[in-house]
Design a protein around this ligand. Structure first.
Ligand code: GSH
Length: 199
């Protein structure tokens, strides 16, 4: 088995989807969490200067979704057919498009709160409606078994719900999907033992 080292800040953020994939597959990895104070000296040593990165036997992969897609493929969680894989990618990209609307790094708290409130109030409902329609009465978003798209929904909605707890109240099927992901034994165990962080 390759040696894996995942480097990110001490946050769920953009690394958590990969941590879920490691948890589910049972693959061993180093969950390396950088202190914010050390970042300025670490940044220049990292190709493209951003985290997360995943080292696979010393080869550095950057971009959170490239990392997660690789781990999903390795673990049979990318979708069972090429079409399912494309659909899982599309759902992940759709959720990610939404997550990147937020000014995560904004320092001015008033500006930040205003932007978050606006996105959560005015733009989230459309995403939730479309995701709910896509899910319909299926158990999982894509195909007949869990994929990384289900994990990404759970990971991102956990952060969104921490900002607006009633966000998904009118979408019980999306809430139930979160519950199904959280009930997978390996995911439940990871959620229980992971460091408690705000994001
Ligand atoms: N699209 C990239 C991905 O998904 O990996 C975004 C990477 C990114 O912006 N990472 C942030 C970062 O490294 C943390 S979430 N910030 C520190 C910096 O840019 O100096």
């Amino acid at each position: 088995m390759p040696q894996y080292k995942l480097t990110y800040f001490n946050l769920r953020g953009r690394a958590e989807i990969s941590r879920y994939l490691f948890a589910y597959s049972g693959k061993k990895y180093e969950d390396h969490r950088i202190e914010a104070a050390d970042w300025p000296k670490i940044k220049p040593t990292i190709p493209f200067g951003k985290v997360p990165i995943l080292e696979v036997d010393g080869v550095i992969i950057h971009q959170s979704l490239a990392i997660a897609r690789y781990l999903a493929r390795e673990s049979g969680l990318a979708g069972q057919t090429p079409v399912e894989q494309a659909l899982a990618d599309a759902i992940v990209d759709t959720i990610d498009d939404f997550m990147t609307l937020f000014p995560w790094a904004e320092k001015n708290q008033d500006v930040r709160k205003k932007a978050f409130d606006d996105i959560l109030t005015n733009q989230a409902p459309e995403l939730l409606k479309d995701l709910d329609t896509f899910l319909g009465d299926k158990k999982w978003l894509v195909g007949n078994s869990v994929t990384w798209a289900d994990f990404y929904w759970e990971v991102c909605s956990t952060t969104l719900l921490s900002c607006k707890p009633d966000l998904a109240d009118t979408y019980p099927r999306l809430v139930a999907l979160r519950d199904r992901v959280q009930a997978l034994p390996a995911i439940a165990a990871w959620i229980q033992k992971r460091p408690k962080t705000i994001m």
